[in-house]
Design a binder for this molecule. Structure first.
Ligand SMILES: NC(=O)C1=CN([C@@H]2O[C@H](COP(=O)(O)OP(=O)(O)OC[C@H]3O[C@@H](n4cnc5c(N)ncnc54)[C@H](OP(=O)(O)O)[C@@H]3O)[C@@H](O)[C@H]2O)C=CC1
Ligand SMILES: CC(=O)N[C@@H](CCC(=O)OP(=O)(O)O)C(=O)O
Length: 314
């Protein structure tokens, strides 16, 4: 069986990476749009409706427009933008979210691909909320350090042009306290209080780590670091891409520094619990262009099509 796939936004950061993942797949035929027609609505509509799977790798407004062009009931749309991540008629494309999430991805023709920061945040918090260790009302804060490819073509060009010394240092942003990932972080963890979320972009291409500090006294009475670690390890046991590292990961502690880039060029997710007797820092590491974007989109496509979930992914 060969599936037809169209990538709307094939020249962008996410679209190019998806095409790389698909390049060696004998079960996929990629429908290419002529470069000069890549913003021609009629041609995009034709290809969107000719596809079994259409990836939208576009800014939000263009993604909404593209979704509205699809009238073939057999086309599965996987939207990489923020446009549909909390929409009730779209399924969140994070197979590891909950035990029934793969069934939902398989059944739906509208899949929203999670944001990079929110992927890491949700994978840390959702199991702890589900296990009752973190109350849904707990006010949670998180920081994220990310490579500049998360900002798309414009930010990549800005960093790679060189010459601006401000870009040599990490740059905190999201200081309006309204980062676009906060709604999906709340919606898919069950946290009723929107997290305070502060990302930082640094002078490296890719790699991302979200950190969530927790006071154990604010968790379910008696929660220990072992209990936090066990809830995460139990949830992700058997997951192909999520690896819960040993409590207080010795390799990281010995080096003294956390390696944000260690999952680059993979679809892997590493989950960490660092803790003392009264406090913990949870950390989650991904490649923002891998599990944070294009890898996740291909994984959801695989789940939807019912083929091996890791096909084409490392
Ligand atoms: N970069 C990342 O790590 C991640 C990005 N995303 C999301 O994925 C989407 C794409 O992001 P990214 O790949 O980084 O963005 P880029 O800016 O790198 O690429 C976007 C592409 O869309 C094209 N485009 C813009 N408007 C239209 C239109 N109306 N019709 C057809 N094509 C259009 C652009 O064309 P042109 O080349 O002419 O500008 C460009 O090639 C965004 O919604 C983003 O939020 C999601 C997860 C991670
Ligand atoms: C460095 C940088 O700007 N990163 C982007 C996130 C990119 C991403 O994965 O999120 P979307 O899918 O929602 O675009 C940001 O924080 O807005």
């Amino acid at each position: 069986m060969t599936y037809k796939v169209f990538v709307d936004g094939q020249e962008g950061t996410t679209g190019l990476r998806i095409n790389e993942y698909l390049a060696n797949r004998s079960d996929i035929e990629v429908l290419r749009i002529a470069p000069e027609r890549r913003k021609d609505t009629d041609e995009r509509a034709r290809l969107l409706n000719a596809a079994d799977v259409a990836f939208l790798c576009l800014p939000d407004a263009a993604a909404k427009e593209a979704a509205a062009l699809v009238n073939n009931p057999n086309t599965c749309v996987i939207d990489a933008s923020t446009a549909h991540r909390t929409a009730s008629d779209w399924v969140f494309g994070l197979p590891e979210l909950a035990p029934d999430q793969r069934d939902r991805i398989r059944a739906s023709k509208r899949i929203s691909n999670p944001g990079c920061h929110s992927t890491a945040f949700i994978l840390l918090l959702r199991p702890l909320v589900d296990a009752g260790l973190v109350a849904p009302t707990l006010p949670v804060s998180a920081t994220s350090i990310t490579g500049y490819s998360g900002g798309g073509k414009k930010m990549i060009e800005q960093y790679e042009a060189g010459g601006d010394p401000k870009l040599d240092a990490p740059r905190p942003y999201g200081l309006t306290l309204a980062h676009k990932h906060v709604p999906e972080m709340s919606a898919h963890t069950g946290l009723k209080t929107p997290p305070i979320f502060q990302p930082i972009v640094g002078p490296f291409l890719k790699g991302l780590a979200v950190s969530v500090p927790l006071h154990l006294s604010q968790l379910k009475a008696g929660t220990t670091p072992d209990a936090l670690h066990k809830a995460l390890a139990d949830r992700y046991a058997g997951e192909r891409f999520v690896r819960v590292q040993p409590l207080r990961d010795a390799a990281t502690l010995e080096s003294g520094f956390f390696d944000v880039q260690a999952n680059n060029d993979t679809n892997n997710v590493d989950v960490f619990v660092f803790a003392n007797d009264s406090q913990a820092i949870l950390m989650c590491r991904i490649d923002n262009l891998g599990k944070g974007a294009s890898g996740a989109a291909v994984q959801s496509m695989n789940v939807h099509l019912g083929v091996d979930e890791s096909l084409g992914l490392v």
